[in-house]
Design a binder for this molecule. Structure first.
Ligand SMILES: Cc1cc2nc3c(=O)[nH]c(=O)nc-3n(C[C@H](O)[C@H](O)[C@H](O)COP(=O)(O)O)c2cc1C
Length: 338
Protein backbone atom coordinates (compact mmCIF):
# COMPACT_ATOMS: atom_id res chain seq x y z
CA UNK A 1 0.00 0.00 0.00
CA UNK A 2 1.48 3.38 -0.97
CA UNK A 3 0.95 6.50 1.12
CA UNK A 4 -1.13 8.04 -1.70
CA UNK A 5 -3.44 4.99 -1.57
CA UNK A 6 -3.69 5.33 2.21
CA UNK A 7 -4.88 8.95 1.90
CA UNK A 8 -7.27 8.10 -0.91
CA UNK A 9 -8.85 5.36 1.15
CA UNK A 10 -8.94 7.54 4.26
CA UNK A 11 -11.12 10.06 2.42
CA UNK A 12 -13.86 7.43 2.19
CA UNK A 13 -14.12 6.92 5.95
CA UNK A 14 -12.89 10.04 7.79
CA UNK A 15 -16.26 11.45 8.79
CA UNK A 16 -17.38 14.96 7.90
CA UNK A 17 -14.70 17.20 9.44
CA UNK A 18 -11.28 15.98 8.20
CA UNK A 19 -10.95 16.30 4.42
CA UNK A 20 -7.98 13.93 4.11
CA UNK A 21 -5.81 16.56 2.42
CA UNK A 22 -2.68 15.30 0.60
CA UNK A 23 -0.64 17.20 3.23
CA UNK A 24 -2.39 18.26 6.44
CA UNK A 25 -1.80 22.03 6.69
CA UNK A 26 -4.64 23.15 8.99
CA UNK A 27 -6.52 25.03 6.29
CA UNK A 28 -9.47 22.88 5.22
CA UNK A 29 -10.61 22.17 8.80
CA UNK A 30 -9.28 25.49 10.19
CA UNK A 31 -11.41 26.07 13.34
CA UNK A 32 -13.59 22.97 13.11
CA UNK A 33 -13.97 21.51 16.63
CA UNK A 34 -15.46 18.87 16.92
CA UNK A 35 -13.08 17.88 14.18
CA UNK A 36 -9.30 18.20 13.84
CA UNK A 37 -9.28 22.02 13.61
CA UNK A 38 -7.97 24.68 15.97
CA UNK A 39 -9.56 26.96 18.56
CA UNK A 40 -10.85 30.48 17.84
CA UNK A 41 -10.06 31.88 14.40
CA UNK A 42 -8.06 28.74 13.86
CA UNK A 43 -4.78 30.11 12.49
CA UNK A 44 -2.35 28.54 14.98
CA UNK A 45 -2.27 25.11 13.29
CA UNK A 46 -1.80 26.85 9.94
CA UNK A 47 1.06 28.94 11.35
CA UNK A 48 2.68 25.79 12.79
CA UNK A 49 2.71 24.24 9.32
CA UNK A 50 3.75 27.39 7.44
CA UNK A 51 6.72 28.23 9.67
CA UNK A 52 8.40 24.85 9.02
CA UNK A 53 8.06 25.53 5.31
CA UNK A 54 9.81 28.90 5.69
CA UNK A 55 12.94 27.12 6.93
CA UNK A 56 14.97 25.99 3.93
CA UNK A 57 17.63 23.31 3.61
CA UNK A 58 21.28 24.05 2.75
CA UNK A 59 22.40 21.10 0.68
CA UNK A 60 26.03 20.08 0.44
CA UNK A 61 26.93 16.97 -1.48
CA UNK A 62 30.69 17.58 -1.36
CA UNK A 63 30.88 15.31 1.66
CA UNK A 64 31.86 11.71 2.28
CA UNK A 65 29.25 9.23 1.03
CA UNK A 66 28.17 6.17 2.93
CA UNK A 67 25.18 4.92 4.87
CA UNK A 68 22.91 7.21 6.88
CA UNK A 69 21.95 6.14 10.40
CA UNK A 70 18.64 7.57 11.67
CA UNK A 71 18.71 5.82 15.07
CA UNK A 72 17.67 7.93 18.05
CA UNK A 73 18.45 7.30 21.73
CA UNK A 74 15.95 8.36 24.35
CA UNK A 75 15.70 7.27 27.99
CA UNK A 76 17.95 4.25 27.47
CA UNK A 77 16.03 2.96 24.45
CA UNK A 78 17.07 3.05 20.82
CA UNK A 79 14.42 3.96 18.26
CA UNK A 80 14.80 3.42 14.55
CA UNK A 81 13.86 7.03 13.77
CA UNK A 82 13.70 10.37 15.64
CA UNK A 83 9.93 10.70 15.30
CA UNK A 84 6.96 9.47 17.28
CA UNK A 85 3.21 9.28 16.72
CA UNK A 86 1.51 11.95 18.84
CA UNK A 87 -1.47 11.35 21.13
CA UNK A 88 -4.94 11.89 19.72
CA UNK A 89 -8.06 11.34 21.81
CA UNK A 90 -11.79 11.13 21.03
CA UNK A 91 -11.05 9.99 17.47
CA UNK A 92 -14.63 8.86 16.86
CA UNK A 93 -15.88 12.36 17.68
CA UNK A 94 -13.31 14.18 15.56
CA UNK A 95 -12.73 11.71 12.70
CA UNK A 96 -15.78 9.44 12.49
CA UNK A 97 -16.74 6.14 14.01
CA UNK A 98 -14.63 3.72 11.98
CA UNK A 99 -12.39 3.73 15.08
CA UNK A 100 -12.77 4.61 18.74
CA UNK A 101 -9.88 5.45 21.08
CA UNK A 102 -9.49 1.82 22.09
CA UNK A 103 -9.27 0.34 18.60
CA UNK A 104 -7.26 3.34 17.34
CA UNK A 105 -4.58 2.97 20.00
CA UNK A 106 -4.43 -0.81 19.44
CA UNK A 107 -3.55 -0.28 15.77
CA UNK A 108 -1.26 2.73 16.27
CA UNK A 109 0.82 1.41 19.19
CA UNK A 110 1.32 -1.99 17.55
CA UNK A 111 2.20 -0.63 14.10
CA UNK A 112 4.64 1.93 15.53
CA UNK A 113 6.34 -0.66 17.76
CA UNK A 114 6.73 -2.98 14.76
CA UNK A 115 8.38 -0.14 12.83
CA UNK A 116 10.81 0.58 15.69
CA UNK A 117 9.25 3.79 16.99
CA UNK A 118 6.81 4.56 19.81
CA UNK A 119 3.31 6.02 19.85
CA UNK A 120 2.00 8.38 22.49
CA UNK A 121 -1.57 7.49 23.47
CA UNK A 122 -4.23 10.02 24.47
CA UNK A 123 -6.48 10.08 27.50
CA UNK A 124 -10.17 10.76 27.94
CA UNK A 125 -12.99 11.08 30.42
CA UNK A 126 -13.76 7.40 29.79
CA UNK A 127 -11.35 5.42 32.05
CA UNK A 128 -11.35 2.51 29.57
CA UNK A 129 -9.19 4.60 27.20
CA UNK A 130 -6.19 4.55 29.58
CA UNK A 131 -6.85 0.94 30.63
CA UNK A 132 -6.86 -0.22 27.04
CA UNK A 133 -3.89 1.95 25.96
CA UNK A 134 -1.70 0.68 28.78
CA UNK A 135 -2.73 -2.89 27.95
CA UNK A 136 -1.56 -2.65 24.33
CA UNK A 137 1.63 -0.83 25.39
CA UNK A 138 2.30 -3.69 27.83
CA UNK A 139 1.75 -6.23 25.04
CA UNK A 140 4.37 -4.36 22.99
CA UNK A 141 7.07 -4.53 25.66
CA UNK A 142 6.41 -1.06 27.09
CA UNK A 143 6.96 0.55 23.67
CA UNK A 144 4.54 3.46 24.02
CA UNK A 145 3.98 6.59 26.06
CA UNK A 146 0.65 7.03 27.83
CA UNK A 147 -0.24 10.72 27.99
CA UNK A 148 -2.28 11.54 31.10
CA UNK A 149 -4.49 14.64 31.16
CA UNK A 150 -3.93 17.15 34.00
CA UNK A 151 -6.73 15.73 36.16
CA UNK A 152 -7.02 16.19 39.91
CA UNK A 153 -4.36 14.46 42.08
CA UNK A 154 -6.43 11.35 42.85
CA UNK A 155 -7.25 10.63 39.20
CA UNK A 156 -3.66 11.23 38.07
CA UNK A 157 -2.49 8.81 40.77
CA UNK A 158 -4.90 6.07 39.54
CA UNK A 159 -3.84 6.55 35.93
CA UNK A 160 -0.12 6.53 36.82
CA UNK A 161 -0.58 3.17 38.56
CA UNK A 162 -1.79 1.76 35.23
CA UNK A 163 1.11 3.43 33.40
CA UNK A 164 3.73 1.86 35.71
CA UNK A 165 2.04 -1.55 35.58
CA UNK A 166 2.40 -1.73 31.77
CA UNK A 167 6.16 -0.94 31.97
CA UNK A 168 5.87 2.00 29.59
CA UNK A 169 9.39 3.41 29.15
CA UNK A 170 8.09 6.94 29.87
CA UNK A 171 4.92 8.81 30.77
CA UNK A 172 3.66 12.18 29.58
CA UNK A 173 1.16 14.83 30.60
CA UNK A 174 -0.38 17.34 28.18
CA UNK A 175 -0.44 20.19 30.68
CA UNK A 176 -1.89 22.51 28.04
CA UNK A 177 -5.08 20.39 27.94
CA UNK A 178 -6.20 22.79 30.68
CA UNK A 179 -7.42 24.86 27.72
CA UNK A 180 -9.53 22.19 26.02
CA UNK A 181 -13.15 23.30 25.85
CA UNK A 182 -14.44 19.78 26.59
CA UNK A 183 -12.39 19.43 29.80
CA UNK A 184 -13.80 22.55 31.45
CA UNK A 185 -16.08 21.81 34.40
CA UNK A 186 -15.72 18.06 33.99
CA UNK A 187 -15.78 15.34 36.61
CA UNK A 188 -13.04 14.49 37.48
CA UNK A 189 -11.77 18.05 37.20
CA UNK A 190 -8.76 18.93 35.04
CA UNK A 191 -6.88 22.18 34.69
CA UNK A 192 -3.75 24.19 35.38
CA UNK A 193 -1.03 22.69 37.60
CA UNK A 194 1.18 24.65 39.96
CA UNK A 195 4.90 23.78 39.96
CA UNK A 196 4.46 22.03 43.32
CA UNK A 197 1.63 19.90 41.94
CA UNK A 198 3.68 19.01 38.85
CA UNK A 199 6.75 18.16 40.97
CA UNK A 200 4.68 15.81 43.10
CA UNK A 201 3.21 14.07 39.99
CA UNK A 202 6.70 13.64 38.47
CA UNK A 203 8.24 12.37 41.71
CA UNK A 204 5.45 9.81 42.14
CA UNK A 205 5.69 8.70 38.50
CA UNK A 206 9.07 7.01 39.04
CA UNK A 207 9.73 6.78 35.27
CA UNK A 208 10.99 9.41 32.81
CA UNK A 209 8.30 12.07 32.63
CA UNK A 210 7.58 14.23 29.57
CA UNK A 211 5.73 17.53 29.96
CA UNK A 212 3.81 18.24 26.74
CA UNK A 213 2.55 21.72 25.92
CA UNK A 214 5.48 24.05 26.61
CA UNK A 215 5.68 27.23 24.52
CA UNK A 216 7.92 29.57 26.54
CA UNK A 217 11.38 29.59 28.14
CA UNK A 218 9.62 30.30 31.46
CA UNK A 219 7.44 27.19 31.09
CA UNK A 220 10.44 25.06 30.07
CA UNK A 221 12.42 26.20 33.13
CA UNK A 222 9.47 25.35 35.40
CA UNK A 223 9.18 21.87 33.86
CA UNK A 224 12.93 21.37 34.39
CA UNK A 225 12.71 22.48 38.01
CA UNK A 226 9.74 20.17 38.59
CA UNK A 227 11.96 17.25 37.46
CA UNK A 228 10.74 16.59 33.91
CA UNK A 229 13.08 14.42 31.84
CA UNK A 230 11.79 15.97 28.63
CA UNK A 231 9.36 18.53 27.27
CA UNK A 232 7.33 18.67 24.12
CA UNK A 233 7.34 22.15 22.62
CA UNK A 234 3.70 22.14 21.54
CA UNK A 235 0.62 24.32 21.34
CA UNK A 236 -1.62 21.24 21.02
CA UNK A 237 -2.00 21.96 17.32
CA UNK A 238 -3.77 25.24 18.13
CA UNK A 239 -6.60 23.46 19.91
CA UNK A 240 -6.15 24.93 23.40
CA UNK A 241 -5.47 28.65 22.81
CA UNK A 242 -6.00 30.92 19.83
CA UNK A 243 -3.24 33.21 18.44
CA UNK A 244 -0.20 31.30 19.73
CA UNK A 245 3.15 31.56 17.98
CA UNK A 246 4.18 28.50 16.00
CA UNK A 247 6.35 25.85 17.61
CA UNK A 248 9.15 26.42 15.06
CA UNK A 249 9.31 30.06 16.16
CA UNK A 250 9.79 29.35 19.88
CA UNK A 251 11.89 26.17 19.65
CA UNK A 252 15.34 27.83 19.27
CA UNK A 253 15.00 30.02 22.39
CA UNK A 254 13.74 27.07 24.46
CA UNK A 255 16.63 24.89 23.23
CA UNK A 256 19.09 27.65 24.17
CA UNK A 257 17.65 27.84 27.70
CA UNK A 258 17.18 24.17 28.70
CA UNK A 259 18.59 22.04 25.87
CA UNK A 260 21.61 20.94 27.91
CA UNK A 261 19.48 19.75 30.81
CA UNK A 262 16.61 17.84 29.26
CA UNK A 263 15.41 16.20 26.06
CA UNK A 264 13.34 18.43 23.79
CA UNK A 265 10.65 17.15 21.45
CA UNK A 266 8.51 19.36 19.24
CA UNK A 267 5.23 18.94 17.36
CA UNK A 268 2.78 20.99 15.32
CA UNK A 269 2.60 20.94 11.53
CA UNK A 270 5.58 18.60 11.03
CA UNK A 271 4.57 16.52 8.05
CA UNK A 272 7.60 15.13 6.22
CA UNK A 273 11.09 13.79 6.75
CA UNK A 274 12.35 17.16 5.49
CA UNK A 275 10.43 18.93 8.28
CA UNK A 276 11.87 16.44 10.80
CA UNK A 277 15.39 17.29 9.59
CA UNK A 278 14.67 21.02 10.07
CA UNK A 279 13.40 20.49 13.63
CA UNK A 280 16.54 18.51 14.53
CA UNK A 281 18.76 21.14 12.90
CA UNK A 282 17.30 23.88 15.11
CA UNK A 283 17.79 21.82 18.25
CA UNK A 284 15.03 19.25 18.82
CA UNK A 285 16.11 15.77 19.93
CA UNK A 286 13.06 14.22 18.25
CA UNK A 287 9.64 15.20 16.92
CA UNK A 288 6.05 14.12 17.24
CA UNK A 289 3.46 13.98 14.46
CA UNK A 290 -0.22 13.62 15.36
CA UNK A 291 -2.96 14.30 12.76
CA UNK A 292 -1.33 12.48 9.79
CA UNK A 293 -1.09 9.29 11.86
CA UNK A 294 -4.88 9.41 12.30
CA UNK A 295 -5.32 9.61 8.52
CA UNK A 296 -2.87 6.71 8.17
CA UNK A 297 -4.82 4.51 10.61
CA UNK A 298 -8.21 5.35 9.07
CA UNK A 299 -6.87 4.86 5.55
CA UNK A 300 -4.92 1.66 6.01
CA UNK A 301 -4.79 0.38 9.59
CA UNK A 302 -1.37 -1.03 10.54
CA UNK A 303 -0.33 -1.10 6.88
CA UNK A 304 -1.25 2.58 6.54
CA UNK A 305 0.90 3.49 9.53
CA UNK A 306 3.81 1.45 8.15
CA UNK A 307 3.47 3.25 4.79
CA UNK A 308 3.56 6.69 6.44
CA UNK A 309 6.58 5.76 8.58
CA UNK A 310 8.40 4.47 5.48
CA UNK A 311 7.66 7.75 3.66
CA UNK A 312 9.00 9.84 6.57
CA UNK A 313 12.06 7.62 6.91
CA UNK A 314 12.90 7.82 3.19
CA UNK A 315 12.56 11.63 3.16
CA UNK A 316 14.66 12.04 6.30
CA UNK A 317 17.38 9.72 4.99
CA UNK A 318 17.48 11.52 1.65
CA UNK A 319 17.73 14.96 3.30
CA UNK A 320 20.50 13.81 5.66
CA UNK A 321 22.41 12.34 2.77
CA UNK A 322 22.03 15.54 0.68
CA UNK A 323 23.44 17.59 3.58
CA UNK A 324 26.27 15.20 4.48
CA UNK A 325 24.85 14.10 7.84
CA UNK A 326 25.52 10.39 8.45
CA UNK A 327 23.88 10.30 11.89
CA UNK A 328 21.48 12.50 13.85
CA UNK A 329 24.43 13.99 15.79
CA UNK A 330 25.82 15.29 12.51
CA UNK A 331 22.69 17.39 11.78
CA UNK A 332 23.78 20.95 12.61
CA UNK A 333 22.14 24.42 12.53
CA UNK A 334 24.18 25.52 9.51
CA UNK A 335 22.35 22.90 7.41
CA UNK A 336 19.21 25.05 7.41
CA UNK A 337 18.46 28.67 6.49
CA UNK A 338 16.03 30.45 8.80
C1 LIG B 1 -8.44 15.54 17.29
C2 LIG B 1 -7.23 15.75 18.15
C3 LIG B 1 -7.17 15.17 19.40
C4 LIG B 1 -6.04 15.33 20.22
N1 LIG B 1 -5.97 14.70 21.43
C5 LIG B 1 -4.87 14.84 22.20
C6 LIG B 1 -4.76 14.15 23.43
O1 LIG B 1 -5.65 13.41 23.86
N2 LIG B 1 -3.63 14.36 24.18
C7 LIG B 1 -2.63 15.16 23.75
O2 LIG B 1 -1.63 15.32 24.44
N3 LIG B 1 -2.70 15.80 22.57
C8 LIG B 1 -3.79 15.66 21.78
N4 LIG B 1 -3.86 16.31 20.58
C9 LIG B 1 -2.73 17.18 20.16
C10 LIG B 1 -1.68 16.41 19.36
O3 LIG B 1 -1.04 15.43 20.11
C11 LIG B 1 -0.61 17.38 18.81
O4 LIG B 1 0.00 18.05 19.89
C12 LIG B 1 -1.16 18.42 17.84
O5 LIG B 1 -2.18 17.89 17.03
C13 LIG B 1 -0.06 19.03 16.96
O6 LIG B 1 0.54 18.08 16.14
P1 LIG B 1 0.10 17.87 14.58
O7 LIG B 1 0.13 19.21 13.93
O8 LIG B 1 1.13 16.93 14.06
O9 LIG B 1 -1.28 17.30 14.60
C14 LIG B 1 -4.96 16.13 19.76
C15 LIG B 1 -5.03 16.70 18.48
C16 LIG B 1 -6.13 16.50 17.67
C17 LIG B 1 -6.16 17.12 16.31
Amino acid sequence: MTYAEVIEHARTCLGTYCKGCPECNGRACRNQIPGPGAKGVGDTAIRNYDKWKEIRINMDTLTAGGPVDTACQLFGRTFRYPFFAGPVGAVNLHYGDKYNDLTYNDVLVTACAEAGIAAFTGDGTNPDVMTSATKVIGQNGGMGIPTVKPWNAETVCDKMNAVRACHAFAAAMDVDAAGLPFLKNMTPPAGNKSMEELRSIITDAGIPFIVKGIMTVKGACKAREAGAAAIVVSNHGGRVLDQCPSTAEVLPEIVAAVGNDMKILVDGGIRSGVDIFKALAIGADAVMIARPFVTAVYGGGEEGVAAYIQKLAAELTDTMSMCGAHSLDEITPDMVRL
